[in-house]
Each structure stands twice: as C-alpha cells, then as structure tokens.
Design a protein around this ligand. Structure first.
Ligand SMILES: *[C@@H]1O[C@H](CO)[C@@H](O)[C@H](O)[C@H]1NC(C)=O
Ligand SMILES: *[C@@H]1O[C@H](CO)[C@@H](O)[C@H](O)[C@H]1NC(C)=O
Ligand SMILES: *[C@@H]1O[C@H](CO)[C@@H](O)[C@H](O)[C@H]1NC(C)=O
Ligand SMILES: *[C@@H]1O[C@H](CO)[C@@H](O)[C@H](O)[C@H]1NC(C)=O
Length: 300
C-alpha cells in the first residue's frame, strides 16, 4: 500500500517516523495468530488494532473510540522472566492518522498533538484521577523485554481501581501464570476484556475515558498435560474469571468476601467456566459473545 502522508500538514512533521507502510486499523489480519484458530472473539464491535512495536506485531486489541478504551486485548502467553520493565507509555498514531505505519510511539514531553488527543486516551486523562492504568494484556505474561514493553500502550489500558489492580486482579494474573506454566504444553491464548456499566456510565474526571464496571479474562490452552491435579481438572483446556472494579457493584456476578484485606475489599475476582463468563457477557451486551472458536474445544 502506498503512503499518502504528504496530504496532511499535521502529519508531515511525523512522516519520517510513521509513514513506513500500510495502516493497521480496520483489520486483525496481520496479527490473527494471537487468536485461537485465527478466530477473533465474536459479538463485540470496535476498532481492531494489531499492536505493533519495533516493527513486530505483538498482540491485538479491539478498541472503542467512544470510550477511548479497549473492549479486549488478546495475546499469546509466554512464561515470564525478569522484572516488570520501567516502560514509557505509548499511543497509536494510526488512530489519528490512517496512513501511519502502526508502530506504537512513546509520548514525548511537551504539548500533545490534538488529533492524537481526540482519537484516544492520553496520559493526562489518567493523571490525578482516582483510577490506575489497568493493563488488559499484562507485561507479567510475556517473556521478551519487547513484548513486555509493548503492553505499555494506553490503548491496552482501562481505568482500574488500585484495590483491584494491586490486589485480586494481580493475584489472578499470577495464578494464571502458574497454572499455564505448570500444565499448558503448547500455546496458551488469552483474551482479557471489560464489562461496561449497565446504565449510568462512569468516566474519568474529564469525561473522555469510560470506566468499566468489571474486567474479565479467559484462556484457551488446547494442548495440556492431562495428569492434572483434582483442583485443576475443570480449568483445562479453558477457564475464565470476572473481577470487580467497583466496590459498590451488586453481588450477583461476583460476591464480596468480607475477609479480604481492607484495601482490596470489594474488588474480588470470581473464577468460572468459559460458558458462565459468556452468559454474563451475553446478559450485559444483549448479544451472543463468543470468546474462543467452539469454546476452545478443538483438539490441537
Ligand atoms: C495533577 O495535580 C497537580 C496538583 O494538584 C497539578 O499541579 C497538575 O497540574 C495536575 N495534572 C493534571 C494532568 O491534571
Ligand atoms: C510464573 O510462574 C512460575 C511457575 O510457577 C514462577 O516460577 C514465576 O515466578 C511466575 N512469574 C511471575 C512473574 O509471577
Ligand atoms: C505432567 O504432569 C505430571 C504430574 O504433575 C508430571 O509428572 C509430568 O512430567 C508432566 N508431563 C509433561 C509432559 O509435562
Ligand atoms: C460507592 O458508594 C460510596 C457511598 O455511597 C460513594 O462515596 C463512592 O463514591 C461510591 N464509589 C463509586 C466507585 O461509585
């Protein structure tokens, strides 16, 4: 595909860095390998982003422009090594400039490009808000430094309460890491997304970025060690979870444990079979949502 960057004066300044190839918006084709059977989740509508960093596709995100936040991110798990990187936060130029090459770009100090501000969340949206930056695709689930650094893009992030992000949700990410590392023998496909409020949508302070009521996650590991301990028998080939992001939510979907530490109370995570998750997604989105092809029942 040819490059039309010179059409826009605003783009010219960045043309050297961004104008290298085809746009990545509109299609998951270049990064379809991160989905089980190359089959992206069905039922949710948004802007597909093949998340590209240092000229390689790293994972996939279905982005909601009106919410300036993702519906879900999908990625291949790889056993982590080393520490969480101190990474700079990045944005997706192609959401503002369709001709951009799709590599994510670090935010620079100084004034922000208004076209970028209009098209997606930017750092000031989160600064001084009462929410942290909650990764959907966490750096914890990746081996290479570059795969980890690539998760630090605001299109992979939702407003998440610290009590969830540093508490039960992080514990879930660690549990999934241990489970997959111990018993998954082949690829593990993970999709992590959000559930919006049913009504009375919440927003970050300046009404630009929508806050999710819940977060959800599911993995699909078709090729696993069949000598599973009893407590993991129901957790292969696929398992899921929903986590609270609001202490005040009712308890129908995820009950609250009274014994949790005070700072984590009300941010419980409930693990559940994939079809239970899909039932809650159908209820809230009022449409059938399918996370994995044939519910990850395939044989490879
Ligand atoms: C955050 O709050 C500090 C202290 O009130 C203020 O100086 C700063 O400008 C605020 N930053 C943003 C991005 O709102
Ligand atoms: C992931 O799980 C493995 C196996 O239990 C463990 O050794 C490793 O420390 C875990 N990694 C993280 C970042 O928690
Ligand atoms: C499967 O798990 C069993 C029991 O934990 C273990 O002894 C065996 O080595 C594992 N097999 C593989 C292929 O990892
Ligand atoms: C939860 O309810 C309390 C008391 O009504 C209120 O102060 C707080 O802002 C609510 N929290 C959220 C996240 O809505």
């Amino acid at each position: 595909m040819s490059c039309h960057c010179a059409l826009s004066v605003a783009v010219l300044a960045f043309a050297g860095r961004w104008c290298l190839g085809a746009a990545d918006v509109g299609d998951f084709a270049p990064c379809v390998r991160v989905f089980y059977k190359s089959w992206p989740p069905k039922g949710l509508a948004g802007t597909p982003i093949c998340q590209r960093y240092h000229n390689q596709y790293r994972f996939a995100t279905l982005y909601s422009r009106p919410r300036r936040a993702p519906w879900f991110s999908a990625y291949l798990y790889s056993a982590p090594t080393g520490k969480r990187p101190h990474s700079t936060w990045k944005f997706e130029p192609q959401l503002a400039y369709p001709e951009a090459d799709g590599n994510m770009v670090p935010f620079q100090p100084g004034p922000l490009d208004q076209n970028v501000v209009d098209s997606q969340a930017v750092e000031p949206d989160y600064i001084n808000s009462t929410y942290s930056r909650g990764h959907l695709n966490p750096s914890l689930h990746h081996q290479s430094h570059e795969d980890r650094a690539a998760t630090f893009t605001l299109t992979n992030v939702v407003p998440q309460k610290v009590g969830s992000n540093d508490g039960p949700w992080e514990a879930l990410e660690q549990t999934v890491n241990k489970t997959l590392q111990a018993y998954c023998l082949g690829e593990a496909y993970i999709v992590t997304g959000i559930i919006p409020y049913l009504k009375d949508e919440r927003w970050l302070k300046n009404h630009r970025v929508a806050v999710p009521e819940y977060m959800w996650s599911a993995y699909c590991c078709p090729n696993y060690n069949s000598s599973l301990p009893d407590e993991l028998k129901d957790e292969f080939p696929t398992y899921a979870a929903i986590g609270r992001n609001d202490r005040n939510s009712t308890e129908e979907i995820v009950p609250v444990s009274e014994t949790a530490k005070k700072q984590f109370r009300g941010y419980d995570v409930r693990q559940m079979p994939l079809d239970t998750l899909e039932m809650y997604l159908r209820d809230r989105f009022q449409t059938v949502v399918s996370v994995f092809y044939e519910q990850c029942s395939g044989s490879d």
